[in-house]
Design a protein around this ligand. Structure first.
Ligand code: SF4
Length: 218
């Protein structure tokens, strides 16, 4: 969005079902227009926060654990996240398939190809959240795929942890998994496919590689 060209709508505590439905559909379409393969409006209650997801950040250590201000143990804690999500009714969920599975499944191709995949999902989440805010859904909040240390900072040292100055302070945000969202459970609920990506996987055996984002609207 060009600076100074954004729309602005009155913030209302109550909105009609018709108006909310139209907005949700607009955000779903935004995701598709920005490169998502599929996008759906989902009940917020479908999103499960599970401490086991956060345990996987530490056992064994993820390379971002403790090294990124948006990753555990610095990310919002699960009780805060769970209680906050319970106040929402609707969210927009999307997935973006990597054009080349190897971009995400082959470590030799991850830089810079997989990094760009993560950044695209971050951008989609940011745009939808910003538009929802402009439309008066002032509590809208979104989470993306992968650490912003990869998606925005190219894997370099987190400047937010170092100096308190994040160069991407309005773009950086925790990933879905960093706040304990069980992404695999959600993908299965909606009927999409997700496969395990790990260091030794043969990319030729991976049917699809996706990055996922979710924006809670109301
Ligand atoms: S974008 Fe970079 S500096 Fe900002 S929180 Fe993420 S890793 Fe840290």
């Amino acid at each position: 969005m060009e600076m100074g060209k954004g729309t602005c709508r009155q913030i209302a505590i109550q909105v009609s079902d018709e108006s909310l439905k139209a907005d949700l559909e607009k955000y779903r379409q935004m995701a598709l227009d920005m490169g998502a393969t599929e996008a759906e409006i989902i009940p917020a209650g479908w999103v499960e926060v599970d401490e086991r997801v956060l345990l996987k950040c530490q056992v064994p250590f993820c390379m971002h654990y403790g090294r990124c201000a948006n990753c555990p143990p610095h990310a919002p804690p699960p009780d805060l996240v769970r209680q906050s999500f319970a106040r929402f009714k609707w969210a927009v969920l999307f997935k973006a398939d990597a054009a080349n599975v190897a971009d995400l499944a082959d470590m030799a191709r991850y830089w810079p190809n997989g990094q760009k995949e993560q950044r695209r999902s971050l951008d989609i989440v940011n745009e939808i959240e910003s538009q929802a805010f402009a439309d008066g859904h002032y509590l809208a909040v979104g989470f993306s795929a992968g650490s912003c240390q990869d998606g925005l900072c190219g894997g370099h040292f987190c400047q937010m942890l170092d100096s308190g100055r994040c160069p991407f302070y309005l773009r950086a945000r925790p990933s879905m998994e960093a706040v304990g969202i069980d992404v695999c459970d959600l993908i299965n609920k909606i009927g999409w496919q997700i496969y395990p990506i790990y260091r030794r996987v043969d990319p030729a055996l991976v049917p699809c590689a996706i990055s996922v984002g979710v924006v809670f609207i109301r």
